[in-house]
Design a protein around this ligand. Structure first.
Ligand code: KG4
Ligand code: ZN
Length: 395
């Protein structure tokens, strides 16, 4: 089965083509094509993602990215003659994306229908204007090529990212990692901080989640307070690491570990962010590089301790076979190390972490989620009339 994955929920425009074959639970995959185009540079000056600009950029870039990815996959073939398309239907679907419609009509009728069996597209959670572009793109491709569309939950995609094997090249077929159920998923991204019980493919239960800010959001907001560029995660972790190496003898900043002792599995990071703000306000004069390092380290220690403590609590309560971690924040080396150390306390549990480059948003994880969806959803492929759902939940 060949699946085209499309991801536009936030500030990455991503398209992938994945071939999946073999065993149902641990299939072999071959990455035929994979492109991620980041808009970070454009959003940087706003200190965060500007939704309407994200939407515009997705609309501008989807066709060129699709062309590139099809070529990489060897699925791009010019047609002998231009195909006549039903413009009315396309006009209705892409009514709000005139630029995408224009580039679509310039390319798609001139190429042959590629050998693709299904289109998997993120329909939530995320920024609705951005999600709609990807969804409508999937719908027009589906209409023209007569390929079914599978709507995918972005967070399910992040779970899938942890079982994607290391992809060294696009030549070889590799087995995906096995998930042993029940598993616990810790999802940590710019929009989410969640502990999820994964009972089987497609069967989830939210055990705990953030009551206010997501962990990545806290990183990004603290970074802004420290006058660091967006996105803040990588920069804060770099400063924190420097501070760990330099080892300041005293601990000049002490930040809270919110909800670390609460009995539930929820999180809260808004208070921590405010505590950083007060700490900065107390500093007289300029924020030096050293002070930034010290705050960054204390902040990272605080969020890591909370994550580890809540994950431990969940693992003690539910005897899980795997701990799956997904989401942009798991690119963080310190958090990775601390979660690996935590796992060593549990003899019967192994950890599944995304490979480098797979923790952030990408379309391979969406395509793989599409495969499991077609394999495990009783009704088979889903209907095409679905909508963007900004607050979509996993359950
Ligand atoms: O999953 P993702 O790419 O997008 C969402 O779905 O939200 O996650 C983006 C988040 C941003 O908040 C970014 O600051 C954070 O992941 N991030 C990190 C690191 N790299 C990215 N946070 C901490 N440490 C990192 N190394
Ligand atoms: Zn994400």
């Amino acid at each position: 089965m060949i699946i085209l994955g499309i991801e536009t929920s936030c500030d990455e425009t991503a398209v992938s083509i994945l071939r999946v074959s073999g065993d149902k639970n641990t299939p072999n995959i071959k990455v035929l094509g994979n492109t991620v185009m980041s808009q970070i540079k454009l959003h940087e000056k706003y200190g965060g993602v500007f939704p309407m600009m994200a939407k515009r950029e997705h609309a501008k870039n989807l066709i060129p990215i699709l062309e590139k990815t099809l070529s990489e996959a060897g699925l791009f073939k010019k047609a002998d003659k231009k195909t006549a398309l039903d413009d009315t239907k396309l006009n209705i679907i892409l009514e709000r994306e005139p630029e995408l419609l224009k580039t679509f009509l310039e390319l798609i009728p001139t190429i042959e229908r590629p050998n693709i069996d299904a289109i998997a597209v993120t329909y939530g959670p995320g920024l609705e204007p951005a999600l709609w572009v990807g969804i409508n793109f999937a719908k027009v491709l589906s209409a023209v090529w007569n390929i079914p569309v599978i709507p995918i939950n972005h967070m399910e995609g992040h779970i899938m990212s942890a079982i994607l094997p290391e992809i060294k090249n696009t030549e070889s077929e590799i087995k995906v990692r096995d998930i042993e159920f029940p598993a616990l998923a810790l999802l940590i991204s710019g929009g989410h901080t969640e502990l999820i019980l994964v009972k089987s493919f497609g069967e989830y239960e939210i055990l705990g989640q953030t009551r206010d800010d997501a962990i990545g959001e806290a990183y990004d907001k603290v970074a802004r307070m420290l006058e660091l560029p967006y996105p803040g995660g990588p920069k804060i972790s770099e400063l924190a690491e420097k501070e760990r190496v330099e080892k300041t003898p005293e601990r000049p900043f002490v930040l809270p570990r919110p909800m670390i002792h609460s009995n539930d599995l929820d999180f809260s990071f808004a208070g921590l962010k405010t505590a950083v703000l007060y700490a900065i306000k107390k500093i007289s004069g300029e924020l030096t590089e050293k002070t930034k390092q010290q705050i960054a380290k204390e902040f990272e220690d605080a969020v890591t301790e909370v994550l580890v403590s809540k994950t431990r609590k969940a693992m003690e309560k539910f005897e899980v076979k795997n701990l799956i971690v997904g989401g942009g924040v798991i690119a963080n080396k310190f958090i990775r190390k601390n979660l690996k150390d935590l796992i060593s306390e549990f003899q019967n549990t192994t950890i599944l972490l995304p490979e480098t480059g797979m923790s952030g948003d990408n379309a391979l994880m969406i395509a793989l989620a599409g495969y499991f969806d077609t394999t495990y959803t009783k009704n088979g492929l889903k209907k095409e009339d679905f909508r963007a759902s900004g607050n979509l939940k996993l359950n």
